[in-house]
Design a protein around this ligand. Structure first.
Ligand code: ZN
Length: 308
């Protein structure tokens, strides 16, 4: 039996990269931990945001398509990305979102107060107070006792919730916790990115585009464990890709039966493999195969700046 520790990263498609930086580094106070390109389409950025140490379970990544077509959020996608904030910090965030002109709603799920809002490109986000997970000491503007720690989890909009729950419990090793108001909650062992909610009511199918999640990645410990995951998932009958080198982690992909694209990503080697812990996110980093095209790529990519 293999058990993932929870979410490694979540990757979404968004609009203009500067608006993306302004929202996640500016409004939410996350650290831009890596500025690189989409390895499959190097004329597009791949931007990574996380906590100060860029730990797995805190990493949200984006493919910004400045003139991309808007997608629709629906079944077969991660519907909502849930962020964990420290206990007693919800009122700070209500004030902050108000100050930043971000409208939000409050709801209760599984007894927890949840603050729901959208990012600048329509992605659904929420904040929930959680005890577990270390404080994030990154931001100059947001004190660490209220700063976003990383993922609390995610809400998966499956178009076959039973099958998705089965994949997550039987193949990925999550534990079934409870069901309430037609939502099932599963738990992984990690401190962050560990509570996964799956509504049992199926919504209209989503369409990929700006403002939608592209995939969710689950944690493997290291490269050896990652290779084990490949045969484990394959043995359970899923069509699994080859192992891809994403510079900061090894990756493999498969689509589960609720149509959501799953990735498994290794915690190693991590984001300090090509720049120091202090320098992370400051320079455009290119994988070896694109280094020879650096000048051209730098000319094509719009300049972006973290302004706070
Ligand atoms: Zn990924």
């Amino acid at each position: 039996m293999k058990r993932t520790q929870g979410i490694h990263h979540i990757t979404s498609i968004v609009g203009h990269p500067q608006e993306n930086v302004d929202f996640y580094a500016g409004v939410l106070g996350l650290r831009l931990v890596k500025k690189t390109v989409n390895f499959d389409d190097p004329q597009t950025y791949h931007l990574y945001f996380g906590n100060k140490e860029a730990q797995p379970g805190t990493i949200i990544t984006f493919f910004p398509w400045a003139s991309g077509k808007k997608g629709t959020i629906g079944s077969g996608q991660v519907g909502v990305t849930t962020y964990a904030i420290p206990p007693e910090s919800l009122s700070f965030w209500e004030n902050r979102l108000n100050d930043q002109s971000v409208t939000f709603e409050k709801t209760i799920r599984f007894g927890e107060e949840v603050l729901q809002f959208e990012d600048v490109h329509g992605l659904k986000l929420e904040l929930v107070e959680r005890e577990s997970g270390p404080l994030n000491t990154w931001s100059n503007t947001i004190p660490s006792d209220v700063a976003i720690k990383g993922f609390g989890g995610a809400v998966l909009y499956s178009n076959n919730p039973k099958a998705t729950i089965e994949t997550l419990t039987d193949t990925m090793g999550l534990t079934y916790l409870k069901e309430e108001q037609n939502v099932v909650r599963l738990q992984a062992d990690g401190e962050l990115g560990n509570l996964i909610d799956i509504p049992l009511n199926v919504t209209e199918p989503g369409h990929m585009g700006v403002g939608t999640v592209h995939h969710i990645a689950w944690r493997a410990l290291d490269e050896e464990d990652h290779a084990d995951w490949q045969s484990h998932v394959r043995t359970d009958g899923y069509h699994v890709t080859e192992i891809k080198d994403r510079q900061y982690f090894k990756a493999l992909y498969f689509r589960e039966y609720g149509q959501i694209l799953f990735e498994i990503a290794s915690d190693t080697p991590g984001f300090t493999v090509d720049e120091t812990a202090d320098e992370m996110g400051t320079a455009l980093k290119l994988p070896e195969q694109y280094e020879q095209h650096r000048e051209k790529l730098e000319g094509l990519l719009p300049p972006i700046e973290v302004t706070n």
